[in-house]
Design a protein around this ligand. Structure first.
Ligand code: FES
Length: 253
């Protein structure tokens, strides 16, 4: 039997674990961690904890989610840890701390780069890919900045419906964050904005409307049917993205 000390905000709890117990399931059973969307499959990255005593080595799945600094400071995915020792664990609010840059390849990129971006209601997850070699170069995740105008889709839809100005605010803050992601990652690769040729965005219908500043009343009220799903390809600069040469391709997820 092992002793697991869990710090969650100001609260300290002690729970017992058997050898091989999964840390995420243990914390969830004791209601010490929020339910994560993937339910412990290691795909959502939301079960972040900081291991402050007996921190295990990072595995391949965790390595994809975290920066080197995060790994060095003991940040891990609870669902990837099967308990083999006493542990001290700090539960991190994944939704508060989600974010970071991760270099995925040391290969020097060509001057032909594509950007793949998933816009979720909660998070933005983007990867730059070398269009010539297919190499995944660098990944950056951030909270969706629209969260401050509503944690869920309906609150955000209602905010958007209040005025044209508010609808534009939702568009401007997401475009601004996309530009920040692009400039941050390209700077790390020592590449310029003109090297980005294609930007492929995947998002749900509401997020697409908000990215483009489209009117959302059909999405906000029953029967929730829209006559617009995604636009044809367009120059990215048309919506304010700062890559002059990039084509924006949007698909509904
Ligand atoms: S629960 Fe989703 S990654 Fe751990």
């Amino acid at each position: 039997m092992f002793k697991i000390t869990v710090k969650n905000g100001e609260n300290i709890s002690h729970v017992s674990a058997n050898k091989g117990d999964n840390l995420y399931r243990l914390l969830a059973k004791h209601e010490l961690i929020d339910n994560a969307p993937c339910g412990g499959k290691g795909t959502c990255g939301k079960c972040r904890v900081k291991i402050t005593h007996n921190c295990p080595d990072v595995d391949d799945v965790e390595d994809k989610f975290f920066t080197d600094t995060e790994i060095d400071t003991g940040i891990r995915l609870a669902c990837r840890i099967n308990i083999e020792h006493d542990l001290s664990v700090e539960v991190i609010s994944a939704f508060k701390h989600f974010g970071g840059i991760k270099i995925l390849s040391e290969k020097a990129p060509t001057s032909d780069i594509n950007f793949a971006l998933d816009i979720g209601t909660t998070t933005l997850d983007g990867i730059l890919i070398d269009a010539v070699t297919g190499t995944r170069l660098i990944r950056m995740t951030r909270m969706n900045p629209q969260k401050k105008y509503g944690a869920d889709v309906f609150t955000r839809l209602n905010f958007s419906l209040e005025s044209d100005e508010k609808r534009n605010t939702l568009k401007e803050i997401i475009v601004s964050d996309i530009n920040l992601m692009l400039t941050s990652m390209l700077k790390r690769l020592d590449c310029d904005l003109d090297s980005v040729k294609k930007i492929a965005v995947s998002a749900n219908t509401t997020m697409i409307h908000m990215l483009l500043g489209r009117e959302v009343s059909k999405l906000a009220f029953a029967p929730f049917v829209t006559d617009f799903l995604a636009p044809p390809d367009m120059p990215a600069k048309e919506i304010g993205i700062i890559c002059e040469k990039a084509t924006l391709m949007i698909s509904a997820a």
